[in-house]
Design a protein around this ligand. Structure first.
Ligand code: M6R
Length: 610
């Protein structure tokens, strides 16, 4: 899940590489490093921790060069440390790598027998020594890289190589994870992610699987897996180098929570026409595909999976379509039975999550009607590979905890539900009514954000706890799951979610006065049932925190804190609206606990390893 960026340029490339690393830091932040060719010699600087630590080291020890590579790491093999930080070197060669080499132990033994000495615990170091070995025999860097690639096992091992033997060009290879070349005016770049290139150029060439590229200052040559020189199309990115300023906010997560009304407005823009959702919102071929759709299979990870779970309730209830939802990491190793005319839907903020991508690729072989990507990042692998694409337009999301990406996914899935329901004859009036409810969402979220102060105060009740339980029913059950995920990932408080009806089947045993229980309680047909479940908690001395509809009366007592939502909302709006206070709760608890909440320990924003 590491980030890689390199440049063969006319002038000093270090500032461009450092800006690229800052934009890639969401991929991993255990350590960072760069290498440049300066006066014909390879020079390297690495630091444990964040890109800022590398910047500070550079300030005291400037490195400059007209070509270079840089890396931000999420540790897989070998702990986070300076010696394990990339680039790894062998003689005058430096390598930055994203992925896993499964046969690294065998290669290491062979290299040690050949006299190579290892400086790190990483799997990556075998790559650079093997390139060194082959370069000594082949005398050509591209050939040495290709021969090395032929020896590697493990699907995910994209890399960029810099060598003093060929100082004015980089060799980039795509094995499993994306590699994109950026065509600049004064030099060319290569990176694991478009985001790193956008400050310099929006003219891009995506490498295809097995491609090896020679990226020079004035030219880029690409060779396919068979070694034939090929042309890859030049595309102009639709993305902008969005501002990554925090503005008045303390953290990106806070900023992104508060951006939700604007993000939702963007997600809806131009997609509603005369009280109906335009089919074209899902791509030019959507109309005929959606007309044939007889069932939906949603696959995703983490927060995106929770969005899929919410959508299942809505697709079944509103569109009367069967819907299955799977975790991508499980789906890819199952043998799913695919009913005729089933639409496969992959949901992902980044569009690069390796399990979701693998699930999409597997689905393409399984006879689905078509595949649809619901994604926040244009030109991501997911959007390039799916038949249909719906961009959620949340804008760049930097905090590891997904917030605006989730609520815009919910809006996207609601639009999909409406279009599919239309095909199944819900009628123009019902559609208009649901579309109106959809259009109200940005304003309603704005109102929910007014709870910020009250939730900041409530957060004190959680700050010293070790565990918390989240309860919901119906489509609010996945909302409770999302609330628990937010709390655990950024505050490190162990949090679990349960369908409230499941409580007495096990988790009630955990409830005591030290276990806060959070419930989401809209005023819907499940409220009476939820009340009974909450009584079960109170009867065991559990402390309850209920986010409730303004009209719902709960017998207040010392052990119950009620936080009233600013407005009554429609059932179809409930999942999205009740998510917002749970995001705020997690945020404020994490602030009180002083965690690094935008970059929580052990996590990365985009998960490009299995
Ligand atoms: O980019 P994706 O939506 O595919 O990412 C999936 C998960 O890794 C992601 O949602 C993760 O669970 C978030 N950190 C949760 O906040």
């Amino acid at each position: 899940m590491c980030g890689i960026v390199g440049m063969a340029g006319g002038q000093n490339v270090t500032p461009i590489l450092m800006e690229g690393l800052r934009r890639l830091e969401y991929r991993g932040y255990d350590s960072a490093g760069l290498a440049v060719i300066n006066g014909g010699r390879l020079q390297r600087l690495r630091r444990m921790g964040k890109v800022q630590a590398l910047q500070e080291a550079l300030n005291g020890n400037p490195l400059s060069g007209a070509s270079g590579v840089a890396h931000t790491r999420w540790a897989t093999h070998g702990k986070p440390s300076e010696i394990n930080a990339h680039p790894h070197t062998s003689g005058g060669i430096a390598v930055v790598h994203n992925g896993i080499i499964e046969n690294h132990e065998a290669l290491r033994e062979q290299l040690e027998a050949d006299g190579y000495r290892f400086a790190s615990e990483t799997d990556t170091e075998v790559i650079v020594h093997r390139i060194n070995y082959h370069l000594a025999r082949a005398g050509d860097l591209r050939l040495a890289v290709s021969r090395t690639i032929g020896e590697l096992e493990g699907g995910y091992a994209s890399m960029v190589v810099l060598s003093d033997a060929q100082p004015d060009a980089l060799i980039a290879a795509r094995i499993g994870t994306p590699v994109v070349v950026g065509l600049g005016g004064d030099g060319n770049l290569v990176a694991s992610d478009v985001a790193a290139l956008l400050p310099v150029t929006s003219r891009l060439q995506f490498l295809e699987e097995g491609d090896v590229a020679v990226v020079g200052r004035d030219s880029v040559r690409i060779f396919d897996a068979g070694g034939r020189e090929v042309q890859r199309p030049v595309r102009v990115s639709e993305q902008t180098a969005d501002s990554v300023d925090l503005g008045r906010h303390r953290h990106y997560m806070e900023k992104e929570i508060h951006e939700q009304p604007a993000a939702l407005t963007r997600a809806l823009a131009n997609r509603i026409e005369d009280g109906a959702i335009a089919d074209s919102a899902f791509g030019p071929e959507a109309r005929s595909i959606l007309a044939q759709t007889a069932g939906v299979h949603i696959v995703a990870c983490g927060t995106s999976y929770h969005a899929g779970l919410v959508a299942r309730y809505q697709l079944e209830e509103v569109a009367r379509l069967p819907c299955a939802v799977d975790l991508a990491s499980e789906y890819r190793y199952r043998s799913p039975v695919v009913p005729e005319n089933t639409l496969f839907v992959a949901i992902s903020q980044s569009g690069e999550t390796v399990d979701t991508l693998a699930a999409l690729r597997a689905a393409k072989e399984l006879g689905y009607l078509a595949t649809l990507a619901i994604c926040n990042v244009a030109e991501s692998s997911l959007t390039r590979e799916a038949d249909l694409t719906f961009l959620t337009r949340a804008g760049i999301e930097i905090g590891v905890a997904s917030t605006k990406a989730f609520t815009t996914q919910l809006a996207a899935l609601l639009m999909l539900t409406i279009v599919l329901a239309r095909q199944r004859g819900i009628g123009a009036d019902t559609e208009r009514q649901i579309v109106n409810h959809l259009a109200e969402l940005p304003g309603l979220v704005e109102q929910s954000l007014l709870l910020d102060g009250a939730i900041a105060e409530l957060a004190h009740e959680f700050a010293d706890k070790h565990h918390a339980l989240f309860l919901g029913r119906g489509a609010l059950n996945p909302v409770a799951m999302e609330g628990a995920l937010k709390l655990k990932e950024i505050s490190y408080i162990h949090a679990e979610a349960y369908a409230a009806g499941e409580l007495k089947h096990g988790p009630l045993a955990l409830v005591d006065d030290d276990m806060p229980v959070v419930a989401v309680a809209p005023n819907n047909e499940l409220l009476a049932k939820l009340r009974s479940n909450l009584q079960e908690v109170r009867a065991r001395g559990g402390r309850l925190f209920v986010f409730a509809d303004p009209a719902v009366e709960f017998g207040d007592d010392d052990g119950v804190r009620i936080l009233r939502m600013p407005a009554h909302v429609q059932p179809i709006q409930e999942p999205l609206l009740y998510t917002v206070p749970l995001q705020l709760l997690a945020y404020h608890v994490a602030v009180l606990r002083g965690t690094d909440l935008d970059q929580p320990r052990n996590l990365a924003k985009t998960v490009t390893v299995e």
